[in-house]
Design a protein around this ligand. Structure first.
Ligand code: NCC
Length: 276
């Protein structure tokens, strides 16, 4: 199988991966109380398109980056799970337009998902590692973490904040895209929030800058910029096929290598600017 070029990879991504969210008419949700809490329309028809977007990874190497102003200059900024801005503005900025939450974090006692004000800014999007190619009913009955109960609780407390749930088909379409472009078999676990969020922003934005997903010269074993916890697996991956995800993003990057080294910055075109 020939190795695809950057533009070929981008084209394949746009053609094969659809960023979908759950809507009330989908089975088996249609007849459940959950249906009345889901947004009536899919995320991509409610929000965006944005001109420029920043995706801020939670990597320890964001610390001392001084990237805050640059990040905030984008029209929309995506952050992950419990990543804070307060106290870290100089390095990560202060704008949060969308926050992508994994179900583990939503259910964990450590992150106070239902009571902390950290989550009250911007649009929320949640995801859960669904079984591979399982249908929605199978997933609903066997989620990795209780995403639906947490979602429903949160909606009751904050009924006006936009809050979407990613369709698990999206996770596996993206996983397949990684696998199809790697020579070896990769672990059958969904991509990390980082890649899920990056491709989600490619569907909402004209251009996407991703920070410290591909590590800069600041690369460190510090897992998160906001926690004193050291583990190289945070950057290299264990459960998620993170190394493969990074390989793919490196190949799709339209910026120069120097931007990665100094800013940890990757430049990706939005889907509307990919001409196949
Ligand atoms: O750490 P996490 O990821 O929330 O980070 C968001 C995304 O940033 C990129 N990243 C992060 C750290 C690092 N050193 N290098 C990076 O490239 C990754 O792309 C990552 O996805 C997740 O993907 O949802 C993840 O969530 C955490 C954890 O659940 C949350 O932080 C909430 O506490 C997972 N950690 C554990 O389970 C211990 C992590 O495996 C994946």
């Amino acid at each position: 199988r020939p190795k695809l070029s950057g533009p070929e990879l981008l084209c394949q991504l746009k053609k094969t991966v659809e960023v979908a969210t759950l809507t009330p008419k989908l089975e088996p949700f249609h007849s459940m109380p959950l249906a009345s809490q889901l947004p009536p329309k899919p995320m991509t028809s409610d929000i965006g398109p944005y001109k420029s977007c920043a995706v801020v990874s939670s990597a320890g190497s964001m610390l001392y980056s001084g990237l805050g102003k640059e990040i905030d200059s984008h029209d929309a900024v995506l952050r992950f799970s419990a990543a804070p801005t307060v106290g870290y503005e100089k390095d990560v900025g202060s704008k949060t337009t969308i926050r992508l939450l994994n179900s583990q974090m939503m259910a964990s006692d450590d992150h106070h998902f239902l009571s902390s004000s950290l989550y009250s800014t911007g649009v929320l999007v949640a995801w859960d590692p669904a079984p591979f190619s399982a249908d929605l009913s199978q997933w609903y009955n066997k989620t990795d973490y209780p995403i639906f109960t947490q979602y429903q609780q949160y909606r009751k407390l904050h009924p006006l904040q936009p809050f979407y749930i990613l369709h698990p088909r999206y996770e596996w379409q993206l996983w397949q895209q990684i696998q199809d472009n790697m020579a070896e078999p990769i672990q059958k676990n969904p991509p990390s929030s980082g890649l899920l969020g990056t491709v989600m922003m490619m569907s909402l934005c004209e251009v996407v800058h991703v920070y410290e997903f591909l590590p800069s010269r600041r690369k460190t074993e510090l897992c998160h910029y906001y926690q004193k916890f050291f583990d190289a697996a945070c950057t290299l991956g264990a459960y998620h096929p993170l190394l493969y995800e990074k390989n793919l993003v490196k190949r799709m990057n339209q910026g120069v290598d120097q931007d990665i080294y100094t800013h940890g910055r990757v430049t990706l075109p939005g889907f509307i600017n990919i001409n196949c």
